[in-house]
Design a protein around this ligand. Structure first.
Ligand code: F6R
Length: 614
């Protein structure tokens, strides 16, 4: 939510900053802006809309070839997405320029104080107060680092701020509280970014910062301190993916590229999980076997797509480990006063590791002394850092706003967690766990089989460009798949789409069914008690009322044929693992339909990749 870039070094800052913003644009695209330090003054440009608008403006009115700058791509919170509210914001002397991600919660009081001292605000944003406050500090003789420490000590909320001072051209200063910021460490140059994509083409050496820290970058180095000025150390790490991972690789959209990367992402997420003794090992689990044996309840918290991964996890954990599992929306969790003890394991699932709702939920859980395990795709992000243990998924960078490979790899991590708990608690025999691991290791091939038939799904999507509404039905582990299929369609095709548990349909939603309504049905594999037959009954019920049934069913399932207007076959896999293959055609369907409708698939309206506000 908002992308931030900062640069100081020998290269022209405009190019570095604009290129960084391009890679961060998935975080927000309501407006974009840049500020450069040019011989004692700030030169800036900022435009509502996508980065392309800013680039056009700069092409018409070029910026000076200077070497220190900051930039921003915005997902609006305070103030409409206009030129006026676009970042950077400057102080009244235009000495300071600042960009910001997050929300300054006490901005109204600060703004009131500044206005009563005669400051005229040039925007409706909370950010602008930070520019004026920083300038106020500089006027007392403080340097930008000290000014940032002082100002941040008086701010409430969650924020990343990055600022430059016109009179100190070789320094960029940033601060963070509950909002992402990483440092890129180069040779004779240094970078700041909301994530490493901002500078990955220049350096793969990065540094993560703690909470309430200020970082100063110059050409020569990086220094870190607390808001109170105490010197601090960042944690250095090497980024193990490169620029090509952040490029589209010949696909029209990042989302499509990421859907096709799923066999690799699933395989990578399974890599190295079995020790030589055949036992499962989870490197960063960090919770002892005894801690895990003591667990008597699991609560999974997550948002959006990650929440649906959590729903699948519930089926797997309860079945394999016999531990009760609740799945809760992160945004609701702490407001219902959940019952948590030191024997409760809270599992937080987050692709970005920065989702504010999920972060606040785990903090609440930790205060109640529960153990927290993160399932996360982003190394060094806040949620795993604040958790007792972590299972990293290895999807690589997910740029498309709609999550795809993030979801599949979260499912893999959930299965691994369930099997690991079964191993530690002894609720499954070793050979049973090995058998499921073998099945999981075959999943990349099965996902590839589905992808090889993408054209079938694209044709289906093209047939539905005029649909105004699409329903999705599933049962058991197919129910979260139905919900996820509907979410994808809402997000990128802007269609009315709803997912239902098939058995629930007759309790109300079946009234929605009318002649020709497309209903995508996720049919469970045969052989699991009555699940398959019950699903077929649900499909018959909607078809009898005129629905057009688009069925996903396992290969060889002939019983579905009489009831399917369209049949797409899935590889034969166990019911609990079926989400890994069943969701793929739904992702392809949404991606193609949205493309046909002419929507921007990677940057859907009103959304942002990483939701760092509550
Ligand atoms: C859907 C999507 C969102 C995220 C949700 C949680 O395609 O991307 O629903 O799943 O905002 O994000 P993370 O997993 O980063 O916490």
């Amino acid at each position: 939510m908002c992308g931030i870039v900062g640069y100081v070094g020998p290269k022209p800052a405009e190019g570095v900053v604009i290129e960084g913003l391009r890679r961060l644009e998935y975080r927000g695209y309501d407006s974009a802006g840049i500020a450069l330090v040019d011989g004692g003054s700030i030169v800036s440009d900022k435009r509502a809309g996508k980065l392309a608008n800013l680039e056009k403006a700069i092409a018409e009115s070029p910026l000076p070839p200077v070497t220190t700058g900051i930039g921003h791509t915005r997902w609006a919170t305070h103030g409409a997405p206009t030129d006026r509210n676009a970042h950077p914001h400057v102080g009244r002397q235009r000495r300071v320029a600042v960009v910001h991600n997050g929300i300054i919660e006490n901005f109204a009081a600060l703004r009131h104080r500044l206005e009563s001292q005669g400051v005229e605000m040039a925007s409706d944003t909370d950010t602008e107060v930070a520019a004026h406050l920083l300038e106020e500090q500089l006027e007392t003789g403080a340097d930008l680092t000290v000014a940032m420490q002082t100002v941040c000590s008086g701010l409430e909320g969650a924020f990343t701020l990055v600022a430059v001072d016109a009179q100190d051209p070789d320094r960029v200063v940033a601060a963070r509280r509950n909002s992402p910021l990483v440092v890129g460490i180069g040779e004779g140059e240094n970078f700041l970014g909301s994530d490493v994509a901002a500078f990955i083409e220049h350096t793969r050496e990065a540094m993560e910062l703690g909470q309430d820290q200020v970082v100063t970058i110059t050409r020569e180095g990086v220094s870190v301190s607390g808001f109170d000025g105490t010197p601090a150390e960042g944690t250095r790490y090497h980024v193990d993916w490169d620029l090509s991972a952040a490029e589209k690789d010949g696909h029209d959209w990042f989302m499509r590229k990421e859907i096709f990367e799923q066999p690799r992402a699933v395989a990578d997420s399974l890599l190295g999980r079995r020790g030589e003794d055949g036992l499962l090992q989870l490197d960063e689990m960090r919770l002892s076997d005894q801690d895990l044996r003591d667990i008597d309840k699991i609560i999974i918290i997550a948002a959006g797509t990650s929440f649906y991964a959590g729903m699948v996890a519930k089926y797997a954990i309860e079945h394999w480990c016999r531990i009760p599992v609740e799945v809760e929306l992160a945004s609701e969790f702490r407001y219902r006063d959940p019952i948590l003890t030191s024997d409760t394991l809270v599992v937080a699932i987050s692709q970005s590791g920065e989702t504010a709702d999920t972060l606040q939920a785990i903090r609440h859980a930790r205060v109640q002394r529960s153990k927290v395990l993160a399932i996360c795709n982003t190394n060094g992000s806040t949620i795993p850092r604040e958790s007792d243990g972590v299972i990293y998924t290895h999807a690589g960078p997910e740029i498309g706003v709609a999550s795809t490979k993030g979801f599949l790899t979260q499912l893999v991590a959930c299965y691994l967690l369930a099997l690991y708990l079964a191993q530690v608690k002894g609720t499954r025999f070793g050979d049973e766990i090995s058998q499921v691991m073998d099945q999981l290791e075959q999943m990349p091939g099965h996902v590839q089989t589905v992808l090889d038939k993408a054209d079938e799904v694209y044709a289906l999507a093209r047939d539905h460009v005029d649909s105004r509404s699409v329903l999705f039905l599933g049962r058991h582990a197919g129910y979260p798949v139905a919900l996820e299929g509907a979410l994808k369609l809402k997000e990128i095709a802007y269609l009315h789409a709803e997912g239902f548990a098939a058995g629930e349909l007759k309790h109300g939603p079946i009234a929605l069914v009318e002649e020709g309504l497309p209903i995508l049905c996720v049919v469970p594999p045969r052989g699991r008690d009555q699940l398959h037959d019950k699903m077929i009954s649900g499909i018959q019920e909607v078809r009898a009322r005129g629905a057009r049934t688009l069925c996903l069913a396992e290969e060889g399932d002939t019983t579905i044929e009489p009831y399917a207007d369209v049949l797409f076959t899935l590889p034969q896999v166990p019911v609990l693992l079926q989400p890994l293959v069943a969701v793929v055609p739904l992702q392809l369907f949404a991606c193609e339909l949205a493309s046909q409708l002419g929507h921007d698939v990677d940057q859907p309206r009103n959304l942002a990749k990483s939701v760092t506000v509550e």
